[in-house]
Ligand binder design. Structure first.
Ligand SMILES: *Cc1c(COP(=O)(O)O)cnc(C)c1O
Length: 401
């Protein structure tokens, strides 16, 4: 019997900003037989992936790996370091910052949520002002989403660190890097971040299911006196994993096989600096396509454009989700939906993880054909603008900023 939905041939294009495409060799690694998580073979695996993740976070600090989504790693960051009623400051950069704030409130924290227009990242000058005004040091933590996946805007973490330092404020600095880690340069140690939150399904090229915390000595000290209830997320039992390779409860063994393979690709074969340049180049090519179509990217400040995804604003009369539907049906490509306040207004192109020039060309061609089919007013030539950059610029292209 014939299916009513169109039959699709060839590969599906998964161009949402996470979960991202998983390389075949990572899938094959995950398909290996599960091993004894208390045995010697596992010990070596555990040590190897923790050591690799330290390089990804650019840290000498402790790295903790949970069998969880990124949301779990958010909760771990807060519940390990803070106490009921503690004041924290968060910034409304978009949907994910809003969700993290909601979690903090539910856990019993007092959140100062600095309003934002969703078109800008966190303003370092505002961080300095807010922290300087807090002379009593009531704020215990500054929580920032590095790459706001709902808006395609990356906050400038090094500058925010500088702002905290200028205010001479002792608050813990916590950063969500779920959609930037292993794609956009990020330095846990150099930027003196206390807890960095990560997840497996974006730049790390894995399926969903692993959550990460990188934990500074200062965060470990806060952990000793923090009183929010914690059990599953408690760092205590995880602190030895880097040394022993073992976990306090059954880890996601097969995802760790996949992680070992992905780390080999990122760290040994391509190398992180090249990974960052590749993402910068694909992001720039995507933005040139958007400009050539005569459409706007959602972000208002070019210094904050994300290298892992681009959110594209549609003219008022057009529903971005209808465009996504048309593209999915006709070309078998998934694009990111508008989240929260951006529902129907923007669609998001993921250009991160396991990705290359021709995958980007296919992605942009699908968008351009979709704009045409959906009757969205635009100029042709977006794909050509991207091709021009991709064909003329060597792959070590690194835009400034
Ligand atoms: C994807 C994402 C999350 C949520 O992660 P889950 O794995 O869905 O729990 C949080 N923050 C950011 C910035 C993200 O991109």
């Amino acid at each position: 019997m014939k299916n009513t939905a169109a039959a699709h041939t060839g590969r599906h294009f998964l161009q949402i900003p996470g979960p991202t495409n998983v390389p075949d060799r990572v899938l094959l690694a995950i398909a290996m037989p599960t091993i004894d998580h208390r045995g010697p073979e596992f010990s070596a695996l555990g040590q190897e992936v923790v050591a690799g993740m330290k390089r990804v976070f650019q840290t000498e600090d402790i790295v903790v790996i949970y069998p969880s989504s990124g949301t779990g790693a958010w909760e771990a960051a807060l519940s390990n370091t803070l106490s009921p009623g503690d004041h924290v400051i968060m910034f409304e950069t978009g949907h994910f910052a809003t969700l993290w704030r909601r979690m903090a409130a539910r856990l019993g924290l007092e959140v100062e949520f600095v309003p934002g227009d969703w078109r800008h990242g966190v303003d370092p000058a505002l961080v300095e002002e807010k922290l300087s005004a807090d002379r009593a040091h009531r704020l215990k933590a500054v929580c920032v989403v590095h790459n706001e996946t709902s808006t395609g805007i990356a906050s400038r973490i090094a500058e925010i660190r500088g702002a905290i330092d200028r205010a001479r404020h002792p608050a813990l600095f916590m950063v969500d890097t779920i959609s930037s880690l292993a794609s956009i340069d990020y330095r846990h140690d150099a930027w003196k971040v206390d807890v960095t939150v990560g997840g497996s399904q974006k730049g790390l090229m894995l399926p969903p299911g692993l959550g990460f915390n990188a934990v500074s000595q200062k965060a470990l000290a806060a952990h000793k006196t923090a009183r929010l209830p914690r059990s599953y997320w408690d760092w205590e039992a995880m602190l030895e994993t880097g040394r022993t390779g073992f976990f306090p409860y059954t880890p996601a063994t097969n995802l760790l096989f996949g992680l070992r393979e992905a780390l080999k690709m990122l760290l040994e074969e391509e190398g992180l600096p090249a990974v960052f340049r590749r993402h910068a180049r694909h992001a720039e090519a995507t933005r040139r396509a958007v400009a050539a179509w005569g459409l706007d990217v959602w972000g208002a400040d070019p210094r904050e454009y994300s290298n892992t995804l681009t959110a594209v604003l549609l003219p008022d009369a057009f529903d971005a989700d209808r465009l996504r539907e048309i593209i999915l049906e006709a070309f078998d490509m998934s694009l990111g939906t508008g989240l929260g306040k951006l529902k129907g207004k923007v669609f998001r192109i993921g250009h991160l993880g396991h990705f290359n020039d021709l995958m980007l060309c296919g992605t942009l061609a699908g968008v351009e054909m979709g704009l045409h089919r959906a009757g969205v007013p635009h100029r042709a030539g977006g794909v050509s603008a991207a091709l021009e950059l991709l064909s003329s610029v060597p792959s070590d292209f690194a835009p400034t900023g």
